[in-house]
Write a protein that binds this ligand. Structure first.
Ligand code: TYD
Length: 205
């Protein structure tokens, strides 16, 4: 089973992922946690290039670099893991991030990007996608609370993030069986209760 966690920067994905790993491990699943961009040696180098505020990348170049990192992750890490018994792979972002950030945010076209994503991933589609929904103000406040300097993507203006959020909401509407919206403005425990319920509903009996 492959599950990706999605949301705008500052939605609290990392905290929820850590808790999901602990819970699934405690009920004896073989859990792999990885992230995009990155997750492999080549992918981490690509990640540095992508997040460096000094990189000047066109929208298409940016998309292809995310895709290169993703293609490597699928072959080197995800597919071998998913062949094991009781395997669950949790990914901090996957192809949906490209659909919304590059397709909508960078205006490359949501449907065009979705079509190329099928090639990039060899059609490895998540069984479940958890979209952690927060408004722009909440995401900015949470990012500020971490004290970290904004990366290249986080330096985008409000309109960029509003477009990305709207594209995530559209994704829930277009793929209602796969993509579940989680109200991530609530406190950590309440959000985790939603995360747990959504995953539990997909676990094999
Ligand atoms: P990261 O630090 O992993 O995300 P977060 O801040 O949510 O923990 O940074 C990844 C950045 O890359 C994030 O701003 C979203 C962006 N991104 C894309 O634009 N397209 C993609 O396909 C992926 C995977 C990420």
């Amino acid at each position: 089973m492959l599950i990706n966690f999605e949301g705008i920067d500052g939605s609290g994905k990392s905290t929820q992922l850590t808790r999901a790993v602990a819970w699934l491990t405690s009920i004896k699943y073989d859990v792999l946690l990885t992230r995009e961009p990155g997750g492999t040696a080549a992918g981490e180098k690509i990640r540095d290039l992508l997040l460096d505020p000094n990189s000047h990348l066109s929208g298409r170049a940016e998309y292809l670099l995310y895709s290169a990192s993703r293609a490597q992750l699928v072959e080197e890490i995800l597919l071998p893991h998913l062949r094991k018994p009781r395997a669950i792979a949790l990914v901090d972002r996957y192809a949906d991030s490209s659909t919304v950030y590059q397709g909508a945010g960078r205006e490359l076209g949501v449907e065009e990007i979705e079509a190329v994503n099928v090639f990039v991933t060899g059609n490895l589609t998540p069984d479940l996608t958890l979209y952690l929904d927060v408004d722009y103000e909440t995401s900015v406040a949470r990012r500020a609370a971490t004290g970290a300097a904004p990366d290249r993507l986080e330096q985008n203006p409000r309109e960029f993030f509003e477009a990305v959020r709207q594209a995530y909401l559209d994704l829930c509407y277009r793929h209602p069986t796969r993509v579940k919206k989680i109200d991530a403005r609530a406190n950590e425990d309440e959000v985790f209760a939603q995360v747990k319920a959504a995953i539990a509903g997909h676990l094999p009996v």
